[in-house]
Design a protein around this ligand. Structure first.
Ligand SMILES: [Zn+2]
Length: 414
C-alpha cells in the first residue's frame, strides 16, 4: 500500500540558501518590478531573535516582510492547506514555515511554534489569519494576546499599506504600484511579561489595523496600473445595487456590468468608481462589499431560523500529496445558528457531518472554488455549482460566529 502523505510532522529552521533563491527568482526577477516598495524603519536594528506580526492584505505579504527584514530569515506560520500538496509543502517546510489549520485548535502547530522558538527561529505571524476581501482588517481571533505572551520574545510589527491594491484577493492578475512597509517595535520581553493578555490583544488589534482605501486618501499621488483592474470583481460583488438581482455581474478590463439591467460602473487607477450614466451607489468596491455584508448581518440578526442551503461537491485533502484537494463526493450543505451540516456521499459511501457552531467557527472563501473549513484535524471544502455563492456563506458564517461569541460572553457573565 502506498504511504499516505501527511501535512503533519516536525519543522526545521529555514534554509538560508532557499531564501536566497526565492529572493532572486521571486523578488529580483519579478515582484520588485510590480510592487514599488518603500521601507519606513521605526524599529532600529532588529535583535537576533524576535516575533514579527504582519497585517495580511495580500498573498505576497511574506515576501514584503522578508525583503524588509533581510538578511534575517523568518519562519512564518502558514495555512496548512498549502502543505496538502507534497511539492509546495516540501518547499514551505524547507523555508521553515509552520503549518497551522486555520480557525481551529491545532496543537501540533503550537508545539512546532514553541519548538522553533527554542531552536532560535525568528517567528512570523499574520494574526488576522485570512486575506481581506476589501482591503481592511476584518478582525483578529481573540486568543491572539494569550498566545504571544507564551512565546517570551520581543514582538515587532511589519505594517503594510497599499499591499492589497497590488493583488486583491479577488483579482487574477497583479498590478503595478507602491507598497509601504513600516517596521516598529511593539513589546520588549519585559513589557510582554507585564502586559495582560487583554492589553496584548488590544495592542495587536490597533497595530495591525489597516484600511488601504483610507491610506490612499492621504496619498493623492498613488496610482495602480493594470489593464484588468476590475476583472473578477464579481467574485465578491454578488448583488447589483441598481436592480438588486444576485449573481448577474460581469467584468472586463476596468468595467463592471450587470447582465440583468445594464448597470455599468468603471474602476479608475485609484480603485475609485467612475459612474457611467447610472445613479451613484458607491465610491468604491469596499463600500459595495460592506453594504452586502451589512445586509446579510441584518438578515442573520432578524430571525433565529436564518439558514443557507446549497447543493455542493465535497473536496477533501489529497491523499498522496498530488495537488491540494481531491473531489470526494456530493451532497447538500446547510448553515444555521446550530452550525454546519453536510449530508451526501464521501468516497462512495453515505456521509453525514455536523460541525456545531463554536467560538472559532469560520468558513474561509476559496476564490472561484468554494468555501472551506478546518475542524480538528479534518479539512472540508464545499464547492457550489456557482462558486461566487460562497461569499454569502463566508459573510454569514462570520456573523453567526460573532453572535455565538456574544451569547457565550453573556452566559459566562451571568
Ligand atoms: Zn442590475
Amino acid at each position: 500500500m502506498k504511504k499516505i502523505y501527511s501535512s503533519y510532522g516536525k519543522v526545521n529552521l529555514p534554509s538560508k540558501a532557499l531564501f536566497k533563491t526565492i529572493r532572486f527568482f521571486v523578488w529580483e526577477l519579478w515582484l520588485k518590478h510590480k510592487a514599488k516598495i518603500k521601507i519606513i524603519n521605526q524599529a532600529g536594528q532588529l535583535p537576533k531573535q524576535y516575533v514579527i506580526v504582519c497585517n495580511h492584505p495580500s498573498a505576497f505579504d511574506m515576501f514584503y516582510c522578508s525583503y524588509a527584514t533581510w538578511p534575517n530569515t523568518t519562519s512564518f506560520v502558514t495555512n496548512r492547506y498549502y502543505m496538502f500538496d507534497r511539492r509546495i509543502g516540501g518547499l514551505m517546510k524547507k523555508a521553515g514555515c509552520i503549518p497551522k489549520s486555520l480557525f481551529t485548535a491545532d496543537i501540533e502547530s503550537v508545539k512546532n511554534t514553541i519548538d522553533m522558538a527554542n531552536k532560535g527561529a525568528i517567528l512570523g505571524f499574520m494574526p488576522e489569519v485570512r486575506l481581506s476581501m476589501y482591503g481592511e482588517l476584518e478582525g483578529l481571533p481573540e486568543s491572539t494576546g494569550r498566545f504571544f505572551k507564551k512565546l517570551n520574545l520581543p514582538v515587532y510589527l511589519c505594517h503594510l499599506d497599499g499591499s492589497f491594491f497590488i493583488k486583491p484577493k479577488w483579482a487574477k492578475k497583479i498590478r503595478k504600484g507602491p507598497v509601504e512597509v513600516t517596521l516598529k517595535k511593539l513589546f520588549s520581553v519585559e513589557e510582554l511579561k507585564e502586559a495582560t493578555p487583554d492589553l496584548v490583544q488590544q495592542t495587536m488589534e490597533e497595530a495591525l489595523y489597516y484600511n488601504d482605501f483610507e491610506w490612499l486618501k492621504n496619498h493623492p499621488e498613488v496610482r495602480y496600473k493594470s489593464k484588468t483592474i476590475a476583472e473578477n470583481l464579481e467574485s465578491i460583488l454578488y448583488e447589483c445595487p441598481h436592480c438588486n438581482e444576485k449573481f448577474c455581474l460581469t467584468s472586463k478590463g476596468n468595467t463592471v456590468k450587470c447582465t440583468n439591467c445594464g448597470y455599468t460602473v468603471k474602476v479608475d487607477d485609484r480603485y475609485a468608481f467612475v459612474d457611467c450614466g447610472y445613479p451613484h451607489y458607491f465610491d468604491n468596491f469596499q463600500l459595495w462589499f460592506k453594504a452586502q455584508k451589512q445586509k446579510i448581518a441584518d438578515q442573520v440578526n432578524a430571525k433565529d431560523n436564518f439558514e443557507l442551503k446549497s447543493k455542493v461537491k465535497l473536496s477533501l485533502q489529497s491523499n498522496r500529496g498530488k495537488g491540494f484537494v481531491r473531489e470526494a463526493g456530493e451532497g447538500t450543505v446547510t448553515l444555521n445558528t446550530k452550525g454546519l451540516t453536510y449530508s451526501g456521499s464521501k468516497d462512495g459511501e453515505q456521509y453525514d457531518l455536523f460541525i456545531p457552531m463554536h467560538d472559532t467557527f469560520y468558513l474561509c472563501y476559496a476564490k472561484d472554488k468554494g468555501f472551506q473549513t478546518f475542524y480538528g484535524k479534518d479539512y472540508y471544502m464545499f464547492n457550489p455549482a456557482n462558486a461566487h455563492e460562497s461569499v454569502l456563506w463566508y459573510i454569514a458564517s462570520e456573523q453567526l460566529s460573532n453572535n455565538f461569541k456574544k451569547l457565550l460572553k453573556t452566559d459566562n457573565n451571568r
